[in-house]
Design a protein around this ligand. Sequence first.
Ligand code: SF4
Length: 432
Amino acid sequence: MPSKKRFLLVNPWVYDFSAYSFWARPLGLLKVTEYLSQFDLDINFVDCLEIEKFKHYGTGKYRSEEVAKPDVLKDIPFKYKRYGISEEEFLFRVKKNGPYDMVLITSIMGYWYPGVIRAVDIIKSLFKDAYIILGGIYATLYYQHALNNSGADFVYKGKLDERFDGILHNLGLKKISLKKNYYKMGVYETFPFAPILTSYGCPFNCSYCASKLIYNGYLRCDNAEVLQEIRDLYNLGVRNFAFYDDALLVESEKYIKPLLRDVTVKFNNIKFHTPNGLHARFIDDELALLFKKANFKTIRLSLETTNPIRQRDTGNKVNNEDLVNAVKILQSYGFTKKELGVYLMYGLPGQSIEEVREGVELLKKLNVRVNLAEFSPIPGTDAWKELIRKGVIDENIDPLLTNNSIFSLLFWGYRRDIIYNLKWDVKNYNAM
Ligand code: SF4
């Protein structure tokens, strides 16, 4: 009998100036694992971004080590690090079950591509015959860059579809069973938190966001299946769940409200987190009450800016009134600054630092946590096109320079001391 084909799935390292896991899991790659469960394969999974030290509710710190800066970053006065397991540990885990017929590597931010290249390099040096496919967000948004630089044998752009069937068919593989959930396959440790996705994509179209480029359309999952996933993970001991949706609250009467009604009667001691910002305009009394009963511990709303013109021009997903109403409703159900935070962006095209400060002052008045999010331009978005049109960036910019930690310093001329003071002020306020 021919032996099973061996597959290796890899979530590579992050190379950055800072990184922390706010319930980060390689969900796309885990979905690929589930897809592969239909075939008779030997599947191995190496997650370079295993958390070294867990903190509140399953967030956590990665192991890190300083690495040499690529030339293009050499004048940046911050330490550049590789986050995740050591290379020795990676080598050990990868060698353990090799050689492989196929290696699937995922990718996330464009400016993390050095992690992809390093993982491809190591795997190629160990297993010359392995066919390496690179997928994920960097591969999709920076397809040409990934083709030219990643070293992978094939760059897979976009979501999992019949093209992947074709690749497996060419390997002589046929589906022999039903799909299994990743947490039932014994290839990935789920504790102490799990990501939950109740929808794909987003019906909005914000000028700075890649949602439509990554998933073209908007699809809701079946509530019964989501509930079953929560039940399975709960039975495995998971108590913290992070919603990964881009648009969790859209059509709330049909989706999130019935789901939470079920959750509140079926599970004890469970906690929910929404690291992706929620749409403030969809918060109402019933939803706030359900959040309370279902034990939401981390709620993030998206505001991005208080400037009404910029709100309108970037996609009209929220205005100041929506935000104030949502905060008041949530506060009336007992949510405090401890649980309730609001995302504010800085570095949007044309945005002054005064505008960011105004946002911070509004959030302070509302007595909610301030979550500053640095803008990073994403290829294909309207914001990216505007920056090219205005000559701020070049179409072929090295993705490393779009890193959110440095973009506004490099391209907007924000003064470093002013940003530092603003962040310091926000940090002190949040800690109060
Ligand atoms: S609402 Fe959020 S997820 Fe949807 S397009 Fe806008 S920023 Fe992206």
